[in-house]
Design a protein. Structure first.
Length: 192
């Protein structure tokens, strides 16, 4: 009887840890002294997710980053951890698809995703010729006012505005002069 008790004390106690990965779950039995690194090695053997691609989320602890963390520090019950990561097959497929040779195959008619077509810039010559006809034919800036260069820029912006040009094209308006008004000449004061 003493031999049986001595043997049970010599064997380390094991902990069951449930790992969820996608729709799969697996229970790992680990000794009390096992670390997160040991768990990651067993996860690799079972799910084929390399330790450098594994993200493990534990309840109350969040993301487990320290690989020297012992399994006993994970809260219980339950010792369920969510595994996020890509298997070595998926990683290899992505790396192969991103290789320079694969990019050349996609670009020159090989297999792989098709790039969306870029729309061709098409010029509507009727609209362009009408825009040249239905517009302001001359711009007049009052040189005796300050900032005449700024005024000229503003009047050119008005003349070239797509909305204004569309209205002028629609109504077939040709305006001979777009001019700045002198505020001293065109201001009236009405007293009440």
């Amino acid at each position: 009887m003493a031999d049986i008790d001595a043997q049970s004390h010599d064997q380390p106690e094991t902990h069951d840890i449930l790992i969820g990965y996608g729709s799969q779950t697996h229970t790992f039995q680990l000794p009390q002294t096992a670390t997160l690194s040991d768990l990651q090695a067993q996860i690799f053997d079972t799910f084929s997710v390399a330790p450098e691609h594994q993200k493990l989320m534990a309840p109350k602890l969040g993301l487990l980053r320290d690989t020297s963390l012992t399994i006993t520090s994970i809260p219980s019950p339950p010792k369920k951890i969510l595994l996020m990561g890509s298997s070595t097959t998926v990683v290899a497929n992505v790396q192969a698809a991103n290789a320079p040779d694969a990019a050349n195959q996609r670009r020159f008619g090989g297999t792989g995703p098709i790039k969306p077509a870029k729309p061709a810039h098409r010029v509507d010559w009727t609209k362009a010729s009408e825009s040249a006809i239905y517009t302001f034919t001359e711009i007049n800036v009052l040189r005796h006012l300050p900032n005449s260069d700024r005024s000229a820029t503003y009047l050119k912006r008005l003349r070239d505005d797509p909305g204004i040009r569309a209205v002028m094209r629609k109504h077939k308006w040709t305006v001979p002069l777009l001019s700045e008004l002198d505020p001293a000449e065109h201001t009236t004061m009405v007293s009440g």
